[in-house]
Ligand binder design. Structure first.
Ligand code: PAF
Length: 279
């Protein structure tokens, strides 16, 4: 695997490649990321990964400084997956001057759910993803469904800007007890780690209720949040949305069986976890 840190070296390595499959990451790679690499390999060649902890997507009180950086271990994992190039730019390389041009997602999709609780987050994500796409020029790029809203935003951005990159969605990788793998799981204490699958169980029970015809969305969401709160969580939201645009379903949408997804974000101790389940 070639490790490159400049855009020029990256372009040299990839010149003439027309089927590049790209997986952007912030490092601290786990089995979930590696499943994205494997999916990328099915859709293109060569596979290019990036590791860049993107300051633009962190709020002032978020964990940018303490975000886990495990570069050497990440390199070993990517090598085993047969990744061809790892692009690991410094901040100075990717943002040599203040990044004044930014990509702002549309209000409806960008300011709800995660966008409501993490103002500026999706502008930071969209901006870096567009910039990374411009560096790598991939034919396809793989994003996990774990970050469902991010996936939707990137997909819409690629469509609206007519980017020549097809966005591929990868299923969420879960531990045996259901907890979605995430770099932030490492912040959990032993006791919190044992409690953490309750978030997935809450989503599963909402999804089962909806499937069995219980369509009082408001009641389901509130019951699930109250149950988590009673276990010591601080839920930001548990919300049933339409898969298509992540807006709340109308009575008509529910009656017509519009595809739905239930999304959740909640704090366990000081760790904020997100997860979702398509219904
Ligand atoms: O999902 C992530 O790890 C990040 O948001 C991404 C897509 C690499 C952009 O920094």
């Amino acid at each position: 695997m070639k490790i490159v840190s400049t855009i020029e070296e990256l372009r040299d390595q990839l010149s003439g490649q027309l089927r590049t499959a790209f997986v952007p990451t912030m490092g601290n790679l786990h089995e979930g990321h590696l499943s994205l690499m494997r999916l990328a390999r099915k859709h293109g060649d060569p596979v290019v990964a990036s590791i860049f902890v993107n300051r633009l997507q962190f709020g002032p009180n978020e964990d940018f400084d303490k975000y886990p950086r495990t570069f050497q271990a990440d390199v070993e994992k990517l090598e085993k997956e047969g990744v061809y190039v790892l692009f690991a730019p410094t901040e100075k390389e990717l943002y040599p001057e203040p990044q004044e041009f930014r990509v702002a997602p549309p209000e409806g999709l960008g300011n709800t759910l995660e966008g409501e609780f993490r103002p500026g987050f999706f502008t930071g994500v969209s901006t870096v993803v567009l910039k990374l796409f411009s560096c790598v020029q991939p034919k396809v790029a793989v994003f996990g469904k774990k970050d469902y809203q991010q996936l939707m935003i990137v997909r819409n951005m690629a469509r609206q800007f007519a980017l020549p990159t097809q966005i591929i969605a990868a299923e969420t990788w879960r531990a045996d007890d259901g907890l979605a793998l995430s770099s932030r799981n490492m912040y959990l204490s032993e006791g919190e780690r044992a409690e953490a699958p309750a978030l997935y169980r809450a989503l599963t029970s909402v999804a089962e209720e909806v499937r069995s015809g219980h369509l009082d969305v408001f009641e389901l969401e509130h019951k699930a949040m109250a149950e988590l709160a009673a276990r010591g969580w601080k839920p930001d939201y548990i919300s049933i949305r339409k898969q298509m645009d992540l807006q709340p379903p109308s009575a008509g949408d529910l009656a017509q069986g519009a595809p739905l997804v239930v999304l959740a974000a909640a704090k366990l101790g000081t760790t904020r976890l997100i997860d979702n389940l398509e219904i």
